[in-house]
Design a protein around this ligand. Structure first.
Ligand code: CU
Length: 136
């Protein structure tokens, strides 16, 4: 029974996320990290705005939320040469939670989001931050 409720809760949150993607420009990001996914993995924020970021690591290993600079990609594996291309990042230990904030990039576009822990991109820890022009 508990399991069914959990599945229902997950489905409901997926529904909210997919509705959110339509008109879903938000100054709030709430992301759960698992082994090895971002949930959700797509975010839309207004350019240049302060974004509230809350996250939890529900996995068993260290995870990161790394926003790459516009036009850059960490490729299949995050390594030293990708470090200068990081726009913003946060690291979470297993079981960790964080509430912080960052300023959205000024330039609209699609930004790659990855987990920089070794092997996690290949395992599917990848997402997308879409930056849209802020409303005047
Ligand atoms: Cu990870």
């Amino acid at each position: 029974m508990k399991r069914i409720l959990m599945v229902a809760a997950v489905l409901f949150s997926l529904l909210l996320v997919s509705c959110g993607a339509v008109g879903g420009v938000s100054t709030t990001i709430d992301v759960k990290m698992t082994d090895f996914q971002f949930q959700p993995s797509q975010f839309t924020v207004p350019a240049g705005q302060e974004i509230s970021f809350s996250s939890s690591n529900n996995g068993a290993v260290v995870h990161n939320f790394v926003i790459m600079k516009l036009g850059t990609s960490a490729g299949d594996m995050f390594d030293e040469e990708d470090v200068p291309n990081v726009y913003w990042e946060v690291e979470l230990v297993p079981g960790g939670i964080t509430e912080t904030s960052f300023t959205a990039p000024a330039e609209p576009g699609d930004y790659e989001v990855v987990c920089r822990t070794e092997g996690h991109i290949a395992s599917g820890m990848i997402g997308k931050l879409t930056v849209v022009p802020a409303e005047e």
